[in-house]
Design a protein around this ligand. Structure first.
Ligand code: SF4
Length: 362
């Protein structure tokens, strides 16, 4: 069976994709690819619903890691200054503001390598999570690497999801980060999933990677034992003072390492086809896209956006603008805690494919 047909006829997520199969899907003629991704989207999600999430930086800057694209690394000279963790009252007030504006998931980010030696910080974050959950919102945190014990503490606090991106393909990763390995990232994702927390993991497009790296990136995600519940796709906003901005500015105009919009679209559509039940989140850099480009990303299977005042250190489209955009396109905000996940299985274990109504699994 052709990989595209395999993706479209399965009732359960497949986690045995090969790079060749993913490549074949990725290279489907663009019009057909986006159309089939939309067909897939409608089988597994309510096509009218988009999840609105808001991200707050609770501890900005001063990070010891060397991610070449990041304004928060203390190794680079950027406009971001190291700050202390913000107070719980301020976090709750921002969460309430996000809720009042229609966001149903509230994400909190701290610029840390890991949670080692941060017992009291973890406790305070746990309190934030519990209180935000009580407000009826889903919670997500991104705090760097966590071990099983720390993941269990966050689960106890009621955390919905933990974000830890793989960033890019395994092959391209060493060109971007040297202070933590790809496998360390995968370990954290495994730790949170084992603790019963949903994994939010995706990456950044535009790090000087090639199309093969997009395929490698999707391969890592789609062969996880459990597909990510949430898959953020960021478009890099090059930050002055970071090595990545320097490197990208030196790429020749026709370099195959320069990100084209069609590659963002192909990555999203392929992700939708091979990870049908994941929520695909158009994340940082969305504000750099024209309206019709965002529209195409939704056609290709995106069903969540970050909205609010800021995306950590970059700009973000605001709530009013986004609500108006969704209204214009006939979409509506998703309620919190709505998605139910399909169990992951191997292709060989699957029952024969059955047609599903457009609203299945919602
Ligand atoms: S991306 Fe995260 S881990 Fe990497 S330098 Fe920035 S804050 Fe630190």
């Amino acid at each position: 069976m052709k990989p595209l047909d395999m993706a479209l006829t399965t009732n359960k997520p497949i986690n045995t994709w090969t790079k060749e199969e993913i490549k074949e899907i990725y290279n489907t003629p663009l019009m057909e690819l986006v159309y089939q991704a939309q067909v897939q989207h409608r089988k597994h999600h309510n096509p009218q619903e988009v999840q609105l999430c808001t991200l707050l930086s609770i501890k900005t800057g001063g990070c010891t890691e060397d991610c070449k694209y990041c304004a928060q690394s203390n190794r680079y000279s950027t406009d971001v200054k190291a700050e202390k963790m913000i107070k719980i009252e301020e976090v709750l007030q921002k969460a309430q503001q996000a809720k009042d504006n229609g966001s149903t998931r509230f994400c909190m980010g701290a610029a840390w390598r890991d949670m080692t030696g941060r017992k009291s910080g973890l406790k305070r974050i746990g309190e934030m999570v519990t209180k935000i959950n009580e407000m009826g919102m889903e919670t997500c945190v991104t705090l760097g690497m966590v071990n099983e014990e720390q993941a269990a503490d966050l689960k106890k606090a009621g955390l919905t999801a933990y974000n830890h991106n793989i960033d890019t393909s395994r092959e391209h990763y060493p060109n971007v980060i040297s202070t933590r390995s790809y496998d360390e990232r995968l370990k954290t994702i495994d730790n949170v999933q084992k603790a019963g927390i949903k994994a939010c993991t995706g990456g950044i497009l535009g790090l000087g990677e090639t199309e093969d790296d997009h395929i490698g990136f999707l391969y890592t995600l789609s062969t996880m034992e459990k597909h990510p519940e949430s898959l953020p796709i960021n478009r890099l906003v090059p930050i002055k003072g970071t090595p990545m901005e320097q490197e990208l500015s030196k790429l020749p105009k026709d370099s195959n390492r320069k990100l084209k919009f069609e590659n963002i679209l192909k990555t999203i559509a392929t992700a939708r086809l091979i990870m049908p039940s994941s929520i695909i989140r158009l994340a940082a850099g969305r504000y750099t896209m024209k309206e019709h480009e965002q529209f195409l990303c939704f056609m290709a299977g995106c069903n969540a956006i970050f909205t609010g005042e800021k995306m950590l250190t970059t700009m973000c489209n605001g709530w009013d603008e986004d609500i108006e955009l969704l209204r214009k396109w006939g979409l509506k905000p998703m309620k919190s805690f709505r998605k139910e996940k399909l169990p992951t299985t191997k292709i060989d274990d699957q029952p024969s494919p059955q047609p599903q109504p457009a609203s299945a699994n919602v």
